[in-house]
Design a protein around this ligand. Structure first.
Ligand SMILES: *Cc1c(COP(=O)(O)O)cnc(C)c1O
Length: 392
């Protein structure tokens, strides 16, 4: 019998009180919720024969997303990583450019930059929102960047800095209004990685609709799923046209001739996946309600805790509570690891925040700001089971 430290005993008690025992079958971190509605709609798609890159579910899915997010244009694609790659490419990120991203993010954010032949330039995070810290970024850019004509140049590397990619961590909106001011000061476009934040808003405005464009992900572990999938959101009509064209092998309209006017991508979402997506979006409000319910239970259970705080939605924002997050009051990597080992052994499949991207082998030589807060967050955050059905 292992004897655990006090925080670990408390952690296990909180999980058991909110989720019930997990001895018989493990409780996943986040699993998809597929019901009759999804079965019917996917079957309808199969019967129609239109399973690939053309079909009515794609348009329907895009229109539903446009209604939910308020984005004028939505382009559904094969996954969130491709969405971000295409978004960055379309706002003019070229090989050899640098793109500002938080070091505390999923690896896809950095990979999408690298797929453009560009280099991620890592920025620090904010202790409260867990997203990119605009104030720290302003200071950092002020010390390393200088204008040359229309371009912002990193004086240390000589490379152009081409964009900022903020990310709404675990569904909690970052300080996007403040970041917009910083982006204006330095003349940089914002491309929002809203992969985790479908249903999350700042005021009444949906995340992913603040920058030149934004992206969503519908991977199996996200708030809704299309199996694999993503979308690009933008209000800019000419940018939307360009993205749609590039996502579809840059094929020109013609009855029978194969005319393509640039090297492009095959990134469009298949109709089969969109059918699943339409059914899931019909149930988005239900998922969000249940997820908020579960978040409230965790929050309540931690009210009098000496060891943990619940990470709630930042002031003035609505979070989708994609992944519920506990914060160790005293950041401690060894303690964090003990919590993970102990809870997983009991069947609660908790997870840490991602290892910091600047420490991964392929990005360790990338330029970066000082990252003290990201380091603190790494040793204090734990994601706990968050599937919508757990809050029903
Ligand atoms: C999920 C995710 C993506 C995209 O993921 P796909 O699996 O390619 O859909 C991008 N960025 C972040 C922060 C994510 O969590």
């Amino acid at each position: 019998m292992t004897t655990y430290d006090l925080p670990t005993r408390e952690f296990l008690e909180v999980l058991t009180s909110v989720l019930g025992p997990a001895e018989k079958s493990t409780i996943a971190l986040h699993e998809p919720n597929i019901g009759d509605h999804e079965h019917k709609m996917v079957a309808e798609c199969l019967s129609s024969g239109w399973v690939s890159s053309v079909g009515e579910f794609i348009t329907r899915f895009e229109n539903q997303l446009s209604k939910i997010t308020g984005a004028k244009h939505v382009i559904a694609v094969v996954n969130g990583t491709c969405a971000l790659h295409l978004a960055l490419h379309s706002v003019g990120i070229n090989p050899g450019d640098e793109v500002i991203i938080p070091s505390l993010s999923f690896v896809a954010t950095a990979n999408a930059v690298a797929h453009c032949g560009a280099i991620p330039h890592f920025a620090d995070s904010d202790l409260t929102t867990l997203g990119l810290d605009p104030t720290a970024l302003r200071k950092h850019l002020g010390s390393v960047a200088t204008r040359r004509g229309d371009d912002l140049i990193n004086t240390k590397t000589g490379r152009r800095i081409g964009a900022i990619v903020p990310m709404h961590t675990f569904g909690h909106p970052m300080q996007i209004d403040e970041l917009i001011l910083v982006a204006k000061e330095f003349g940089l476009p914002i491309v929002e990685d809203a992969a985790e934040s479908l249903g999350s808003c700042v005021g009444k405005k949906h995340t992913g609709t603040f920058g030149r464009c934004g992206i969503l992900s519908f991977n199996g572990n996200k708030t809704i799923t299309t199996g694999g999938g993503g979308a690009i959101l933008t209000d800019d009509e000419s940018l939307a046209k360009k993205i749609r064209h590039l996502a579809t092998t840059a094929k020109l309209a013609h009855d029978w001739e194969f005319l393509h006017d640039q090297t492009a991508f095959n990134y469009r979402m298949p109709n089969l996946n969109a059918a699943l997506g339409c059914a899931q979006l019909d149930r988005l409000d239900e998922f969000l309600r249940h997820k908020r319910n579960l978040a409230n239970k965790y929050d309540k259970a931690l009210q009098n805790s000496g060891s943990f705080e619940f990470v709630g939605e930042p002031k003035g924002t609505t979070s989708n509570y994609w992944l519920n997050t506990f914060r160790l009051t005293n950041p401690n990597l060894a303690m964090r690891n003990e919590l993970l080992t102990a809870s997983r052994a009991k069947g609660y499949l908790c997870r840490p925040a991602w290892n910091l991207l600047h420490q991964l082998p392929m990005y360790e030589n990338s330029p970066r700001a000082e990252l003290p807060v990201a380091q603190i967050l790494l040793s204090s955050l734990i994601n706990v089971p968050s599937s919508a059905n757990l809050g029903s």
